[in-house]
Design a protein around this ligand. Structure first.
Ligand SMILES: [Zn+2]
Ligand SMILES: [Zn+2]
Length: 261
């Protein structure tokens, strides 16, 4: 499906005549931050350079249409107005599909979602429960912050823990506990985000609990939902990843990685 893969975009900020680039770069940084919190651009490393009478930023976005004004939220619109007031002109141009970039969900009506990311992911931390592809955040109603700050901050914390857990050198145990214990502060924040998004969308919104180690296949299969204590093992894993699902607590989990074939 064209236009549904991660896309490289070029954003041009035309300098007001006779001005240096300083104010324009400042505005560019502010606008890029707002676009990130609105899910319209991914990652946080954006080269910005000057070219003749303009500043240019190269960014990565979830889709070809990600920078369409129809997705601009309150804060993005405010930054654009600030630029207009300073005489800074703006142009958004999709450049090309990112080589190796991920595809976004294109389901017409997803039956539910899961909050899911890892230390390498640049994509939205919301996955469609039907196709398991990332869903750009700007497709959802804004969260209480007016953007998606809550979810993006959780993603940043999750990725920090996941990176420590992967590197196995510093705070490995503490980081693994944050990822896998449903009572950890990371899980509590993530589950609160799920609850808020479920309320906004009227669709089930699950939280994924990482599971690193277990003693035996037998005990692992008998594992119960850590929140309500009910049986939650699935005979057929969902998306070949989730072997556990509790509909009541909106939790998903995997079979311990040390037991995976
Ligand atoms: Zn989907
Ligand atoms: Zn439960």
């Amino acid at each position: 499906m064209p236009g549904n893969f991660m896309h490289v975009h070029r954003i041009e900020f035309g300098l007001p005549s006779g001005q240096t680039s300083e104010k324009t770069v400042e505005l560019a940084e502010g606008l890029l931050g707002a676009l990130r919190m609105n899910g319209q651009i991914c990652g946080r490393e954006w080269p910005i350079y000057t070219e003749e009478s303009r500043c240019v930023a190269i960014v990565l976005a979830p889709e070809q249409e990600s920078l369409d004004p129809k997705f601009h939220g309150e804060y993005v619109t405010r930054r654009i107005r600030e630029g207009e007031a300073l005489g800074i002109t703006l142009a958004f141009t999709p450049v090309a599909e990112d080589c190796g970039g991920a595809e976004a969900c294109s389901c017409h009506r997803s039956s539910g979602y899961v909050l899911f990311t890892n230390y390498l992911s640049l994509e939205s931390p919301v996955r469609c429960l039907d196709c398991f592809l990332p869903v750009p955040l700007y497709r959802f109603p804004a969260m209480p912050s007016g953007e998606y700050y809550e979810v993006i901050r959780w993603q940043s914390d999750y990725q920090s823990c996941d990176r420590l857990q992967m590197n196995c050198a510093v705070l490995e145990r503490a980081a693994t506990r944050q990822l896998s214990d449903f009572r950890s502060s990371l899980s509590a924040t993530g589950r609160e985000n799920c609850r808020v998004l479920e309320g906004l969308l009227g669709k089930p919104f699950y939280y994924y609990l990482y599971r690193a180690h277990a003693r035996s296949v037998k005990s692992e299969r008998a594992r119960r939902c850590p929140s309500c204590g009910q049986a939650w093992h699935l005979e057929t894993p969902l998306h070949s990843l989730f072997h556990y699902q509790c509909d009541q607590c909106r939790l998903l989990s995997n079979l311990a990685w040390n037991l995976s074939p």
